[in-house]
Design a protein around this ligand. Structure first.
Ligand code: HEM
Length: 401
């Protein structure tokens, strides 16, 4: 996708097209048009183009795949999970998941063993999402083959079979669904069913994602409206939140460590900031202490620029769309792509794009970044719902809903 981006950009195109087999696809290059499609003209292009059949495949009814009114309802129902207040409450749970990771790294260091950063961080983020969203101990460090880590790993393994199904999905919309091997699907459906049932029966209350879904149901019963979540809907959201949560954030941290290893001066400055801020908070890594670490935020922003875990965004036009001033009308059903990686590595927007330079995100430089050229979380009403959890700070939500 980045190659197409570069090719169209070199020709000064605002947008361009290409074919996947017989299907015409659109790639938008110019930030102004990206802004229109993702934000201003959102009602023309609301869907991620996934096939949803909640009867036959309840897992397909997740927030990422839903469209139209169903998506709008689900998104506003789930919104209370991601307030900065909630994040603050979960923070101690996140810190606690860090302890087994630190112990694990210490053992490796004492034995002069190399560390597989991606695996260690994926264990950490699996434990975090397990504990903070579902109230379970995933045990990823105690047992590297613990079920949640094992099946989480499989969820993102691109086997030939999964690649083939994904490819077919591009041509046959009915097959376009979250590709998952049967055993992986079975594990997550059974595990999350048990978690929801146990919580419901035990009456135990926690401030987490499962509780939020159960509260939605309670409210629906109390108010007598038919607005609750069925078990299938709860499973669909749980699996998606687990998948969306652990992989993207561990990928970000892995690339961040990679760059810090290659850029000792940046690493030194970051260590200094972390140690100095910690000292101010009596040696404790509290929530407020983390928020105060400006340089850490800049380093993460730059990591997400150079290595966006989601390298592109896609949408499908649900109405004919005329691209203003061109006389070109994009037909209903056309898939449209935005190459996040292409934009982030474009030297017009980010000079010397291969250089890892957190200064791009300092207070004075950040305002020079052209809107809609930095999109690690997407944009518009469908912007990543986990945004607040990644940054521990809220972003203004869209008026659309
Ligand atoms: C570094 C971390 C992450 C990155 C880079 C990331 C990136 C993205 C991107 C690019 C999208 C598509 C947005 C669009 O189509 O405009 C997305 C959607 C989404 N993400 Fe994330 N994400 C991250 C972490 C998370 C976390 C931790 C969660 C939840 C626990 C999460 C939940 C979601 C959900 C629910 C959607 C679908 C939103 C919708 O369609 O309404 N993400 N994310």
């Amino acid at each position: 996708m980045m190659d197409y981006y570069n090719e169209f950009k070199a020709k000064n195109y605002t947008f361009g097209g290409f074919y996947l087999m017989s299907k015409p696809l659109l790639l938008i290059v110019e930030p102004e048009l990206i802004k229109k499609v993702l934000s201003k003209d959102f009602p023309y292009c609301t869907s991620h183009g996934m096939h949803v059949d909640e009867e036959k495949d309840p897992v397909s009814g997740n927030l990422f795949s839903l469209d139209g009114e169903k998506w709008k309802n689900m998104r506003s129902k789930l919104t209370p999970t991601f307030t900065s207040g909630k994040m603050k409450m979960m923070y101690n749970g996140i810190l606690a998941c860090g302890e087994p990771m630190v112990d694990h790294i210490k053992i490796l260091a004492n034995q002069s063993q190399p560390m597989n950063a991606k695996e260690v961080l994926a264990c950490f983020t699996t434990d975090v999402i397990g504990s903070c969203a579902f109230g379970i101990d995933c045990n990823s460090f105690k047992d590297p083959d613990a079920d949640f880590r094992k099946y989480g790993r499989k969820l993102f393994q691109l086997t030939w079979k999964a690649a083939f199904v994904r490819f077919l999905g591009k041509i046959i919309p009915r097959l376009r669904r979250i590709g998952m091997e049967q055993d992986v699907r079975k594990f997550f459906v059974e595990s999350f069913s048990k978690i929801v049932e146990l919580r419901e029966n035990s009456g135990l209350k926690r401030n987490d994602f499962v509780q939020l879904m159960l509260d939605i149901n309670k409210k629906a019963v109390a108010t007598g409206n038919n607005d609750g979540l069925k078990l299938g809907q709860m499973l669909a959201q749980s699996i998606m939140f687990f998948a969306a949560g652990f992989e993207t954030s561990s990928t970000t941290m892995t690339f961040c460590l990679h760059e810090l290893a290659h850029n000792m001066e940046i690493q030194r400055r970051l260590r200094e900031e972390i140690n100095a801020t910690k000292q101010k908070y009596d040696g404790k890594l509290t929530y407020d202490c983390i928020i105060e670490m400006k340089y850490l935020n800049m380093v993460i922003d730059e990591t997400l620029r150079k290595y966006p875990p989601a390298s592109m965004i896609n949408r499908v036009f649900n109405k004919d769309y005329e691209i203003e001033g061109t006389g070109v009308t994009i037909e209903t059903g056309t898939r449209v792509f935005i190459s996040i990686l292409g934009l982030h590595r474009d030297h017009e927007y980010f000079p010397d794009p291969e250089k890892f330079d957190p200064e791009r995100f300092s207070d004075e430089n950040k305002s020079n970044i052209l809107p809609f050229t930095y999109l690690p979380f997407g944009e518009g009403p469908r912007i990543c719902r986990g945004f607040v959890s990644v940054y521990c700070k809220p972003k203004l939500d869209y008026v659309y809903y």
